[in-house]
Structure formats: structure tokens, C-alpha cells
Design a protein around this ligand. Structure first.
Ligand code: NAD
Length: 486
């Protein structure tokens, strides 16, 4: 039922804030308090159809705007994002729950994407070969592709949209964003600041909603490409339906990231890094550490340090100073996490730290404390599934070969980290591990904007990843011209 005390968000189409035609809404909660902070419209096919139409008309003019002029708008946008850094971070904490330090870091990651996209004049350059045969030359020119649809998850309301629209519009496309219905507020600020930067109407649009809007984008004839980030089943669905409709699709999916700790590692560094990677952002990161394969000879020492550090974590509202671990996104997700903890116990894993008993777990927000299982095996659900919560599984292994076997057994292959001081082990890990983003002695190997976010296997569907040169390729198409000067 509609809560009349709170604002119902509007869609942003053609530079105007308009009410959705559909009167269906969903409540948006502050996950730290359980309070409703807004209502988000669950827009209809008609709403998305209108937005794509407007974006398609805007494309005709926007693609003709000289590339340096488009870049200048992004320079202005970058300045505005920097000026509004704290305000944006606070909004992220309120709607997502992560702590302010992490939220500020997320804003930084978003800004870095804008900075990278502002290099469009360089990135869009073609290539020439002045002599392909006697008197003949060839060159490649790069062009935008049209209307791009972006579908984003709840866990990075700023960074993930910024993986998409800055590069898409810098390269001359127009964009329709469907933000997560669970964290839709930040997107509205991104649009307001874009408008302030001087972006022409219709180049960037927002349609709030859920699967109807997604299907509307996937089926619309005037949408040329889809950038998706979210869970594995939805990514697979989006990739199949989008490509069946002959669209270019990049679909970044779920994960189950493994860290490997060898006996020669700096155990203090390994336990600190893995603690941050497992419990930072309440484990709601596609690059979260969710499994540690640790060599038996150092397992006890590593686990002792990890548990000690986990006991020192401050749980609470991410707006409060010193808080490290905030809430999960929704009550339903908390219930799902608690049921995984029960499953782990039933499967025979040893629960060595129980996040259900932390004081905050009883509060109104959706809190679960750091939870650690030892003696986990690959036959257990808690090893197989992406729990997306502060639940860490430890698998004891005899050596690096076994650790790599365990890791490669997972159908997911987003990130993987190795903790060691041995060069030979690093080389073996790099050459044989199934993962697209690797870290050595670090916990979260998330690449910067100028490198691709390159998940493998069931963590990614498509050819061209988000960010880096892949992003430029994804949002452009090429013409090759062959000329004889007569
Ligand atoms: P989600 O799949 O539930 O939602 C993602 C988007 O898809 C949302 O906009 C949502 O409205 C839409 N959606 C959900 N169900 C749908 C359906 N049945 N049909 C059509 N559209 C649907 O994901 P989430 O819970 O918001 O985000 C967390 C997931 O995202 C995790 O699995 C995480 O690993 C993944 N993720 C991956 C990356 C990456 O780079 N690989 C980055 C961030 C998050």
C-alpha cells in the first residue's frame, strides 16, 4: 500500500521529471532502521516505450555533437560530482546501508569512470594504413550505436551506473537507465547533476521499475545494446533474451570469490585483507571474499587472527562514526542469510563465529554479524551458492594445487586472490586459476575504470566487458573506408 508521507519518485525522460503511467509502487527502505524513505514506481511497458522513443529521437542530434564538446560536459559533471561527494555518499549509506567510508569510496569509483569517459576524443580515434596496395589506403572510423539500456543492481547504486552511462554518452549514444528498485534514490541525483552539467534533454533518461521495464528494454526494436549487472540467473536471462532480439549484450553476473592463503604468506596481512573483503559492505559485493582455501599448516594461526579481528568489528548504522559493518539490504535477505547459516550447520561445517548472536542482530535494521564456517567442503550449499552476506567459508587444503582445484570447481569466476611471498606460486596461480580478476596479497582485486571488469564463466555473459577499452568497443561500431586517390 502506498505510504502517503513519503515521496514517490518520478521517471526522468527528455529532461523532465514525469510520473509513471503505472500506479504500482514499491517501498524503499533505509536498511539500518527499517524506515520507508521513498516509494519507487514500478513502471509499465508504456513508460519504457515512451523513454526509448525519446532517447531515440535525442540520438539523432547527440551523435552529431563533436566529441570534445561531449567530453567537456563530462568534465563539468566530474566537477559537480566532486563538489557533491559527501552528499552522494550519505545518500548511498541511507539507501544501501554500507558505511560512509565505503560509500565515499564508491563515489570515487564513479568519478573515476567519468574521468575515463572524458577522454573520449582519444578513445574514439580510428586507425589508418596509408598504403594497403599501390595508391590505395584504408582507415577505421568509430561511431556510436544508438540507444543503450542500462539495468543495475542494488549494491553499488553509484558506481555500477557509472560503469555504463558516462562512456555510453561520451561515445555519442543516448541512455535509458533502470536502477535497482531497492536503491533508486542515488540515480535521481546523478540525473539532476547531469542536467546541471549541460547535458541536452533526452540523452540520459531514467525509468524506475522491475521486470516489465527490463523486458521492455530487452524487446524494444530501438534499443541497440544492453548493459546489465546483477545476479547470475537474471544475467543469464537478460543475455539470452537480449541476444535473441539481436542486441549487443554485456551481462555481469554473480560470484563466489575464493582467496588462497599459503603457508609462506604474511598471515597478519592475509587475515586483515580477507576480513575486509568478506565483511566489508556486509558481504554484498560481487568481489567479496566468500571462501578461503588455507594451507593446513597455517590454518589455525590464520583462523585465530581472523576471528579475533572479526570480534573487533563495529556493527551499526553506516552513518555513525567508526561503524564497519552495516545492515543487509532487506529483511528478506537477512532471513535468507540466516537460513544459509542453519544449512551450513546441518551440512556439518563447523560454525566458529556466529553472527546471529551479535547484539545488533536483534535490532530493527537488517543486521547479521560476521559469520565464519571452518571445515567447509565443495559438496556443501554454503560453498556452492552466492550468499551475498557476511558469511565466510574456510576450506582447509594441503597445498596450492588443491586450492586451485577447489576454486576452479566453482561455476563462478569473478575474482580470486592469492596470499604468498613466492614468485613461482604467483605464476602458477596466474596461469591456472579460473577467474578474470586476480589479486596478489590484496583482498578485493576490483580493477580501476581504465581496465576491464573481466569476470569469467558464470560471472559474465558476453564478449566485451564493462570499462576500459572493452567499454569503448561495446558502445561503438566501426566503418572501414578504402580510398584510391585519383
Ligand atoms: P538482481 O539480479 O536481483 O537485480 C539486478 C537488476 O535486475 C535489478 O535492476 C532488478 O530490478 C532486475 N531484475 C531482478 N529480477 C529480475 C527478473 N526476474 N527479470 C528482469 N529483471 C530483473 O541483483 P541484485 O540483488 O540487485 O544485486 C546483487 C547481485 O548482483 C549479486 O549477485 C552480485 O554478485 C551481482 N553483481 C555483480 C557484479 C559484477 O560486476 N559481476 C557487480 C555488482 C553486483
Amino acid at each position: 500500500m502506498l505510504n502517503t508521507d513519503v515521496k514517490t519518485l518520478k521517471n526522468y525522460v527528455g529532461g523532465k521529471w514525469i510520473e509513471a503511467k503505472s500506479d504500482k509502487t514499491e517501498s524503499v527502505y533505509n536498511p539500518a532502521t527499517g524506515e520507508v524513505i521513498a516509494e519507487v514506481p514500478i513502471s509499465s511497458h508504456e513508460d519504457i516505450d515512451h523513454a526509448v522513443q525519446v532517447a531515440s529521437e535525442a540520438f539523432r542530434e547527440w551523435k552529431e555533437v563533436p566529441v570534445p564538446k561531449r567530453a567537456r560536459i563530462l568534465f563539468k559533471y566530474q566537477q559537480l560530482l566532486v563538489e557533491h561527494w559527501d552528499e552522494l555518499a550519505e545518500l548511498i549509506t541511507i539507501e544501501n546501508g554500507k558505511n560512509m567510508k565505503e560509500a565515499k569510496g564508491e563515489v570515487q569509483r564513479g568519478i573515476e569512470n567519468v574521468e575515463f569517459a572524458a577522454g573520449a576524443p582519444n578513445l574514439m580515434m580510428g586507425e589508418q594504413l596509408p598504403s594497403i596496395a599501390s595508391g590505395l589506403e584504408s582507415g577505421v572510423y568509430r561511431y556510436p550505436i544508438g540507444v543503450v539500456g542500462g539495468i543495475t543492481p542494488f549494491n553499488f547504486p553509484m558506481m555500477v551506473p557509472c560503469w555504463m552511462f558516462p562512456m555510453a554518452i561520451a561515445t555519442g549514444n543516448t541512455f535509458v537507465l533502470k536502477p535497482s528498485e531497492r536503491t533508486p534514490l542515488l540515480a535521481t541525483r546523478l540525473a539532476e547533476l547531469l542536467e546541471e552539467s549541460g547535458l541536452p534533454d533526452g540523452v540520459f533518461n531514467i525509468v524506475h521499475g522491475a521486470h516489465d521495464v527490463v523486458n521492455g528494454l530487452l524487446d524494444h526494436k530501438k534499443v541497440a545494446a544492453i548493459s546489465f549487472v546483477g545476479s547470475q540467473p537474471v544475467a543469464e536471462y537478460v543475455y539470452k533474451r537480449g541476444t535473441q532480439n539481436l542486441k549487443r549484450v554485456q551481462a555481469l553476473a554473480g560470484a563466489k570469490n575464493h582467496s588462497i592463503v599459503l603457508s609462506d604468506a604474511n598471515i597478519d596481512n592475509a587475515s586483515t585483507q580477507i576480513l575486509n573483503a568478506a565483511f566489508g559492505s556486509a558481504g554484498e559485493r560481487c568481489m567479496a571474499a566468500s571462501v578461503v582455501a588455507v594451507e593446513e599448516s597455517v590454518a589455525n594461526e590464520f583462523i585465530d587472527q581472523l576471528v579475533q579481528k572479526a570480534n573487533d568489528i563495529t556493527i551499526g548504522n553506516g552513518l555513525d562514526d567508526g561503524v564497519f559493518l552495516g545492515p543487509l539490504i532487506r529483511e528478506q535477505h537477512k532471513e535468507r542469510t540466516l537460513s544459509y547459516i542453519e544449512t551450513g550447520e546441518k551440512e556439518g561445517a563447523k560454525l566458529i563465529r556466529d553472527g546471529r548472536t551479535d547484539g545488533y542482530a536483534q535490532e530493527k535494521g537488517y543486521f547479521v554479524g560476521p559469520t565464519i564456517f571452518d571445515n567447509v567442503t565443495t559438496s556443501m550449499k554454503i560453498w556452492q551458492d552466492e550468499i551475498f552476506a557476511p558469511v565466510l567459508s574456510i576450506v582447509r587444503v594441503k597445498d596450492l594445487n588443491e586450492a586451485i582445484d577447489v576454486t576452479n570447481h566453482s561455476p563462478f569466476a569473478n575474482g580470486s586472490c592469492l596470499f604468498t611471498r613466492d614468485g613461482g606460486s604467483v605464476r602458477q596461480f596466474r596461469e591456472t586459476i579460473d577467474a578474470g580478476m586476480l589479486g596478489i596479497n590484496i583482498g578485493v582485486p576490483a580493477p580501476m575504470a581504465f581496465f576491464p571488469f573481466s569476470g569469467w564463466k558464470d560471472s559474465f555473459y558476453g564478449d566485451l566487458h564493462a570499462n576500459g577499452k572493452d567499454g569503448v568497443e561495446f558502445y561503438t561500431r566501426k566503418k572501414v573506408i578504402t580510398t584510391r586517390w585519383v
